[in-house]
Design a protein around this ligand. Structure first.
Ligand code: ATP
Ligand code: MG
Length: 420
C-alpha cells in the first residue's frame, strides 16, 4: 500500500531536520516571549468558511471536508490562523493585552501535488494578537527573517505591500473590475473566473498575458488614505532600522480574505514556481468576524517542506550513531544486562541493545556495522567470571574488566578518548 497522493512519510533521516527547525523556532521565539499553542487538526467547517472567506481558493476547492458519524461538517485544518483566533476567543485570551503565539504542525489542502505543493504539508507560524502598532508588524517580520537566516536560507527577498482597509479595497476592486472588463477574453481562465468573485487575486496571476494587461491597471496604493499610508510607512521605517531589505510590490495580495494593511511574502529564487516560503500580514477584523471582541493582529506562516527543500543540504545534520553496542549471550547475561542498561541511561550514554539472540560472531558483525565506537559483551564466560568484555571496534582491540568497573572504563574511553 502507498501513502495517499500528496502526502509523504518523513523518515528518521529527515525527522532530524524537523526537530532542528522546531528547536530553533522554540529558541528564537521564546526570546521574544512567543508561546507555543497547539489546536486540534479537526475543526468545524464553518470556522474556515467564516474565517477565510468564501471567494478564496482554499474554501472553493482545497478543503478536506467530511461529515463525521454524528453528521457534523468537519474540516482538516488548511491553515493555522482561524483555529488560533477561535481558541483565542474560546479561552478569553483577550484578557491579556497582548498574546504572542506560535504553532508548528500539519495542514491539509486538496491541491494538485507537485514539487513544493503537497496535500498534507507543514507550517510554522506566529501570531501577535492585540496590537495595532506597526511595531508589531515589524516584530513578526523580523522574526521570520531571523528564523530563515538561522536556517541558512540566504537568497531570499521580502516583498511587502499595504492592501489598505476594507473600504479602500472595495473602491479599488470596483475600479479594477471596470478596467479589466474589456480585456476579459484575454485573461487566463482562472483570472476570468476571479473577475467578479475575487478580482484582487488576479493581481497575483503568473500568466504573462494577464500580467501585461495588468501593467496599466489602477494601482491599489493610490486608493490608500492617510491611516493606511502612515501605518505602512512606519513598518518600512522599522524594517530599515532592523536592516531588513525589502521590495515594495504594489501587486502583492494574499490568498486569504482576512488581511488588511500589511501583506508580505518571503520568496526565494531557488525554487521554481512554488517560490513563496513565508506569507503573512495583518488581520484586524478576523477575531471580531468570528464572534470575539475587536482585536487587531498580525502574523505569518512558513511552509516547512519548501524551506527544507532548499536548506536541507546546507544544514549538515546527521543522525548520530549509538556510542555503545551491547551484546549478550545466554539467559543469565540477558538478565544481568538490564542493570547496565539503566546505568547507561542515567549517564546519558546512548547505546543499542542487540535483540537478535544469535551467535556472538553474528552479533559482533552487527556491532561493527552499527558504527558504534565500543561494544560491551556479556556471554557465558563473563557470567562465570563476573566480568565484562569490551571491544574497541575501530581498533580491533578487546579486553575484559571486572563488572563493577564498567562505568569508569566507559568514561575513560568515551569522554577522555583514552584508548591506549
Ligand atoms: P501558494 O500561492 O503557493 O498556494 P498560499 O498563498 O496558498 O501559497 P499560504 O496560505 O500563505 O500559502 O501559506 C503559507 C505558506 O505555506 C506558503 O508560502 C507555502 O510556503 C506553504 N504552503 C501553502 N500551501 C502549500 C502546499 N500545498 N504544500 C506545501 N506548502 C504549502
Ligand atoms: Mg495556495
Amino acid at each position: 500500500m502507498q501513502p495517499l497522493r500528496g502526502t509523504k512519510d518523513i523518515l528518521p533521516d529527515e525527522t532530524i531536520y524537523w526537530q532542528y527547525i522546531y528547536n530553533k523556532a522554540l529558541d528564537i521565539l521564546s526570546l521574544h516571549n512567543y508561546k507555543e499553542i497547539r489546536t486540534p487538526i479537526l475543526e468545524s467547517t464553518e470556522l474556515f468558511e467564516r474565517g477565510i472567506g468564501e471567494t478564496t481558493d482554499i474554501i472553493n476547492k482545497e478543503m478536506y471536508n467530511f461529515k463525521d458519524q454524528g453528521g457534523r461538517n468537519i474540516t482538516l485544518r488548511p491553515e493555522g490562523t482561524a483555529s488560533i483566533a477561535r481558541a483565542f476567543i474560546n479561552h478569553k485570551m483577550y484578557q491579556k493585552k497582548i498574546q504572542r503565539l506560535w504553532y508548528y504542525g500539519p495542514m491539509f489542502r486538496y491541491e494538485r501535488p507537485q514539487s513544493g505543493r503537497q496535500r498534507q504539508f507543514h507550517q510554522l507560524g506566529i501570531e501577535c494578537i492585540g496590537s495595532l502598532n506597526p511595531m508589531a508588524d515589524a516584530e513578526v517580520i523580523h522574526l521570520a527573517h531571523k528564523l530563515l537566516n538561522q536556517m541558512e536560507l540566504n537568497n531570499c527577498v521580502l516583498e511587502i505591500n499595504s492592501i489598505g482597509n476594507l473600504e479602500e479595497r472595495e473602491k479599488y476592486q470596483a475600479d479594477l473590475i471596470e478596467y479589466l472588463k474589456p480585456y476579459i477574453k484575454d485573461l487566463d481562465q482562472d483570472s476570468q473566473k476571479r473577475l467578479n468573485i475575487n478580482p484582487l487575486r488576479i493581481l497575483d496571476s503568473k500568466n504573462i498575458k494577464t500580467q501585461e494587461i495588468l501593467y496599466n491597471a489602477p494601482s491599489l496604493n493610490k486608493y490608500l488614505k492617510k491611516q493606511s499610508i502612515d501605518h505602512f510607512n512606519l513598518v518600512c521605517t522599522y524594517l530599515d532600522s532592523l536592516q531588513i531589505q525589502y521590495n515594495i510590490n504594489h501587486k502583492l495580495v494574499r490568498g486569504l480574505d482576512y488581511y488588511n494593511y500589511t501583506a508580505f511574502e518571503i520568496k526565494t529564487k531557488l525554487l521554481g514556481t512554488q517560490n513563496t516560503i513565508c506569507g503573512g500580514g495583518r488581520y484586524d477584523t478576523l477575531i471580531k468576524q468570528l464572534g470575539g471582541p475587536e482585536t487587531p493582529a498580525v502574523g505569518w506562516a512558513i511552509g516547512l517542506e519548501r524551506l527544507l527543500q532548499i536548506t536541507q543540504q546546507q544544514l549538515h545534520i546527521q543522525n548520530n550513531h549509538s556510542n555503545i553496542y551491547i551484546i549478550t549471550q545466554g539467559i543469565e547475561a540477558q538478565k544481568k544486562i538490564w542493570q547496565i542498561v539503566k546505568n547507561l541511561e542515567n549517564e546519558k550514554i546512548n547505546f543499542e541493545l542487540d535483540l537478535s539472540n544469535t551467535s556472538l560472531k553474528k552479533q559482533i558483525k552487527r556491532a561493527v556495522k552499527s558504527g558504534a565506537e565500543l561494544c560491551i559483551l556479556i556471554g557465558e564466560d563473563e557470567i562465570i567470571n563476573n566480568c565484562i568484555t569490551i571491544k574497541i571496534l575501530n581498533k580491533h582491540k578487546q579486553y575484559s574488566i571486572p563488572y563493577e568497573n564498567l562505568l569508569n572504563e566507559i568514561h575513560q574511553l568515551l569522554v577522555n578518548k583514552n584508548y591506549s
